[in-house]
Structures are given as C-alpha cells and as structure tokens.
Design a protein around this ligand. Structure first.
Ligand SMILES: [Zn+2]
Ligand SMILES: [Zn+2]
Length: 322
C-alpha cells in the first residue's frame, strides 16, 4: 500500500511537473538557429541534374571563386565569402524551402535561382594549373579567415544580394523588386571601377516593339504611328535617377523588364534614337542592389576591411559569428 501510494505520488508529481512546465522560452533574437559549422549543403547541379552534398565552407570556396574575380583584393574576397555564406545558410536553415525550384536541395548553381559554383576540377580547367594554385588557396584563405561569420539584421540572417557594378550608387530594393527591405538601401559607391563594363546596344524599331510591347497593348494605345515609328518617353525614375518606367509608344514598360528582354547589362541606361534605330548606353552590370563587387574592390584598395565593406552596402546590419 505504501509502495502504491508512493507510486501515485510520483506519478502525480510527474504529471503536475509536465503540466506546469513553462512553455519554451523564446530564443533571444541574437541567437540564430542554424545547423552547426561543418554541416552539409545540398547543391543541385544543373548540368548533370544531380544533387551533390558537401561541407558548407567547401561550398563557399566554390561560390566565391565563381562569383568574384580571384585577382580582386583579399578583403573584397572576404566580404564576398561572408555574403555567400549568409545567403547559403539562409537557405539551409529554411531547409531549401524558400523559393526552391529544386526539391531536396538547399541551393543550385544557376545564378538566376541561386549562386554560381565551380568545383575544384572546373576551376582548374578555367584558370589553368598555374593560376589554380595561387587563386584557389587565396580564396580558400579568405573563406577560412571568415569561417562562421554571417550578416544579420534584427537577429535574422539577411538576404545578401550582390551584383557586379552599380555604376556610382546602389539601388533601393523597392525600386527594383517592388518590396522595400530596410538593409537594402541606396548608398554611394565611391570607387566603382565600372568603366570597363559600360556597353552600347542598338535595336531597330521593329526589334524593340517585338521584344517590349504586345500587339494587343499597342493596338489599344491611341495615336499609334502608321509608319511604324516608335517613341520612348521616361515616365518614372528611381530614387537614384535611373529609369524606372518608360512609355514605349505610349505603353508603360518597367525598366527592369526592358533590361531583361533586351539583354541590357543594367537599368542604368540612356538611349538615343536615330532614324529607325534606338541605341542604349548602359553603365554598370547587374541589378544594382546590395553589395557592389567592383565597389567592394575599390573600397578594399582604399584600405577598407571586409566588415567595413559589408556595413557600407548593407545598411544597419550586424556581422556576427553564428
Ligand atoms: Zn536552379
Ligand atoms: Zn558600385
């Protein structure tokens, strides 16, 4: 009886303890829940249609090598490594759920979905054996020296978007992708060495109309020229003065759509109409949001460290070890 009473008391205590047990305390925002360093990244490779699994830090080396010229200054490579790691971990944490076109993978090697990645064999082929040893170990060192370092905003991993060259100042995310993101704000880019990336591209009126305006949209616009002539009018600018919307023979077309359909290097463009042709002159390369790689190169050459570079392009963020 005494035993049974003891058991009853114990059982009641356990039930009460479970019942009264406080709900889990929310994790402080500074602590980011991620799988530990050395955890595996599942990479979908488009060429073979297979998923490769590899340690996170090895993957970051392959991304930095593919996404930034290895000849860039060391601090710029380190900044790129931290951005690439943050981007990857954000997807690893969400178990590849976030906008993932490849179920079962965290990331892929297509820049339109994810980041470019080169394996060691691919890098050896790209660089040749001599440059390979110099470049590979330079990048590996940049990754090692920042191992485990990520970028956060309000305790969350950021989406550290980057591009090749902004051409003088970066763009607000809201001007490019509709949604404003507090850490993706326009900043000046004082040392962007963008001149080499400038480009001119020319199209006939017919080519432009075909690429930009549907027949229905043109038909519904009043005052269409019967001769096939085309007009371009700037109707909206972004905060930095880039074209945001252009009326193409009266039909509104977003500059981002124009860039994509015409294969222009950036939305920092001007145009010149002569007879039946339109020439576009672009400055910079890429969407212009977040870290500017040529700008990072310039900042590093002027003495900035990798964390200063990251703080410059991502407004109000923290650089932390996870
Ligand atoms: Zn993909
Ligand atoms: Zn720039």
């Amino acid at each position: 009886m005494r035993l049974r009473l003891g058991f009853l008391l114990l059982a009641t205590t356990v039930i009460m303890a479970v019942w009264l047990y406080p709900k889990p305390i929310p994790v402080p925002k500074e602590q980011i829940e991620v799988r530990p360093v050395g955890e595996q990244v599942r990479l979908y490779r488009h060429a073979g249609g297979i998923i490769e699994t590899m340690p996170l830090e090895d993957y970051v080396v392959g991304v930095v090598a593919a996404e930034m010229p290895a000849s860039f200054p060391f601090e710029a490579l380190k900044a790129q490594a931290v951005a690439a790691r943050t981007y990857t971990l954000r997807r690893v944490v969400s178990n590849g759920v976030e906008n993932n076109p490849h179920p079962g993978a965290d990331v892929c090697d297509d820049p339109r979905h994810s980041q470019v990645y080169y394996s060691r064999r691919e890098l050896k082929e790209t660089w040749g054996p001599l440059k390979y040893y110099r470049y590979y170990y330079k990048i590996k060192q940049a990754v090692n020296e920042t191992a485990g370092v990520v970028i956060t905003y309000s305790g969350q991993l950021i989406d550290p978007v980057y591009h090749a060259s902004c051409g003088g100042c970066t763009e607000n995310a809201g001007d490019v992708w509709k949604y404003d993101i507090p850490y993706l704000k326009s900043v000046v880019c004082p040392y962007d060495d963008h001149i080499r990336l400038n480009e001119e591209k020319s199209f006939t009126f017919a080519e432009l109309k075909k690429a930009l305006v549907s027949r229905e949209a043109l038909a519904s616009t009043s005052g269409q020229s019967k001769t096939g002539a085309l007009t371009l009018m700037l109707t909206e600018k972004t905060a930095t003065g880039r074209p945001k919307e252009i009326a193409v023979s009266g039909v509104p077309v977003a500059a981002t759509v124009m860039r994509e359909r015409l294969g222009l290097k950036s939305t920092r463009f001007t145009w010149d109409i002569q007879e039946d042709r339109v020439s576009f002159a672009t400055v910079g390369y890429g969407h212009g949001v977040g870290l500017c790689q040529y700008g990072a190169k310039g900042l590093a050459e002027h003495g900035s460290t990798f964390d200063q570079i990251l703080h410059h392009y991502y407004t109000g963020v923290c650089i932390v070890d996870y």
